[in-house]
Design a protein around this ligand. Structure first.
Ligand code: F6P
Length: 325
């Protein structure tokens, strides 16, 4: 993404491009680095970001927005390209109202931004989770076990649903569908009665039981008010063990899904988004996000993209239930 912005921005448009370290924190603090052609060499196969990231919210401190505006002024910025998910781009949209020209780029493994069919990072996370599920199948089958695997997905179960479908999960639990642990256990018993000696259960970190009483969180809250998640699969595993007596093990993939080499699909998508973002910045656009719709890269209002979360398609979840139990 950054490589594409710089390559086209510098060589075709003659712009000077700078990057801010650690997201909005870098803009607040004026922590800027030059992004010339040398700086973006060799980026394609690298995951993460050379700029670093943070959960800083400029609207969370008294002088945050004023400092962002001061940096825009002092660095003589014509436009800012913000790369991220609901939080980063939510800030971008609000800063648009402060007179900053902002272009958003949808990047989150969660794939939960509206107005785009897919965000970049999602495909890599799904592939990584699918590889893990494939590997867990080995022990599941050889040791007659239920393997519970937790993937990221705070509000939306896209990663769980896609990797569960691709990996042949027997149960998939997602935030959009509060689950009934009795029903989960019944499905596993049903499989066992049919002579299937193992099961795979994929759980999104934001999945909750139907009663809605249990949230597994460690209590820490970030600057956007999000509680740190991770661990619901431990509870699911304990319940399955005690209710069914099946030998059940848990694997929490967590940040493994956010690292490593991007898939070819993500590299191409990020490149297309980057080119579209620098085109938009060059054209004088603002308060817009580049998006993928029907295979084409388009520009959409940033407010629409961050207004509501894109949760999983109910029809796709129904399709997945064909393979449950
Ligand atoms: O927003 C993407 C995401 O991957 C969520 O699925 C997850 O809950 C969160 O980030 C984890 O963030 P952190 O690395 O700050 O714990």
């Amino acid at each position: 993404m950054i490589r594409a912005v710089v390559r086209k921005g510098v060589t075709e448009y003659g712009h000077t491009i700078v990057g801010f370290r650690h997201g909005w924190r870098g803009v607040i603090e004026g922590d800027v680095i030059d992004l010339d052609l040398d700086a973006v060499r060799g980026l394609l196969p690298r995951g993460g970001t050379i700029l670093g990231s943070s959960r800083t919210n400029p609207f969370n401190s008294d002088d945050g927005v004023a400092r962002v505006l001061a940096t825009v002024e002092s660095e003589h910025l014509d436009a800012l390209i913000a790369i991220g998910g609901e939080d980063t781009l939510g800030v971008a949209h609000r800063l648009g109202a402060e007179g900053v020209r902002l272009i958003g780029v949808p990047k989150t493994i969660d794939n939960d931004l509206s107005s785009t069919e897919v965000t970049f990072g999602f495909d890599t996370a799904v592939q990584t989770a699918t590889d893990a599920i494939d590997r867990l199948h080995t022990t599941a089958e050889s040791h007659d076990r239920v393997m519970v695997v937790e993937v990221m997905g705070r509000h939306a179960g896209w990663i769980a649903l896609h990797s569960g479908l691709a990996g042949g999960a027997d149960v998939i639990l997602i935030p959009e569908r509060p689950f009934d642990i009795d029903q989960v256990c019944d499905r596993l018993r049903h499989r066992s009665k049919r002579g299937e000696n193992f099961s795979i259960v994929v759980v999104a970190e934001g999945a909750v039981p139907a009663e809605g009483t249990m949230t597994v969180a460690n209590g820490a809250v970030d600057e956007f008010g999000h509680v740190q998640l991770g661990g619901v699969a431990n509870w699911v595993t304990d319940e399955i063990k005690s209710r069914t007596g099946f030998d059940t093990r848990v694997t929490i993939l967590g940040h493994v899904l956010r690292g490593g080499t991007p898939t070819a699909f993500d590299r191409v998508l990020a490149t297309r988004f980057g080119i579209a973002a620098i085109d938009a910045a060059h054209d004088g656009a603002g308060d817009e996000m580049v998006a993928l719709q029907c295979g084409q890269i388009v520009r959409v209002p940033l407010g629409d993209a961050v207004g509501t979360l894109k949760t999983v398609d109910p029809a796709l979840y129904e399709l997945a239930t064909t393979f449950f139990g």
